[in-house]
Design a protein around this ligand. Sequence first.
Ligand SMILES: [Zn+2]
Length: 323
Amino acid sequence: MGVLGECWLGAGKKAANIVGIFPGTGVGGGIIIHGEFLTGAQGAAAEIGHMQIDPNGPLCTCGNTGCLEASAGRWAIERDICAALKSGEKSLITKIAGNNIQQIKSSMLAKALTAKDPLVTRIMTQAANAIGRACVSLNHIFNPDMFLFGGGVIEACGDMILNTAEKALKNDPFFKQLKTPRVVASKLGDDATMLGAAAMAIKKTHTLGKISLYPTLRLSPSKKPLVKGKVISKTSFLRADGKLKEPKETLSGKIGQNEIEDLIRKSPDVLWIAARSPKTITLTPKANGVLKKKKIACAILPTAKALAAYNASTDRKAILFYL
Ligand SMILES: [Zn+2]
């Protein structure tokens, strides 16, 4: 469901062929081919977590040995860390987790990784390598546009796993002459699954595509933006999840890092700034840096033009009405 959600409204919007890998407690999977969700004969397809990647690997919860999630799921990472601690290895994780070492949360792993804890780094590297190997095989089978990663472990330690997967794909001699698929992280976070379930329900009723998160914007007779029949009379913005919000801080003509981070919450692909006189607005270098890093396009336009651009776009989008 998470992959379907991302495909509808998140990081997978522009891809027709997606392999989704969601390492959380286990490793979830979802595959979309030519825009269609792969379910298999009995609805049991795309169990990427139970792909056997190591014949001599550890026992999995499913009864097989050497499944991907038996190396890369959070439960497997926990198991390996506990075993190493029992054998006498020292790690920051005992301090980070307090007394409850049986329940190592993804955020704790992230803290230990940032602190370059040798034990956690080693075990997380093993997990990431296992995911990299799985990606290489999945690439051969499905040749997707993108590998889409989500789930708790990715939200906490995504950079490391995504980099490892990307490297494994780039180093694959079989695919040397072909383009490496994109490796991207989820944009919808915890909302992905629920939105995916909604997508499936809508698809069942054959209306997907006609429904949008976003309202159609118009200009009021007084030339102010009109959102769902309401005239916008003070500076506010439509966030990427379609919600109308007011900026946390009062905006001046110079938009800085904090202000821009507020505007791009919920991860849009594109942000418009609609203003009566666009020339009076600038972004600080830091704000531009944030947009560049997150690959978010931004344009400052006169109100009517910005509204038209917003309406025409099928991207995940946000717009600031600067009044
Ligand atoms: Zn298994």
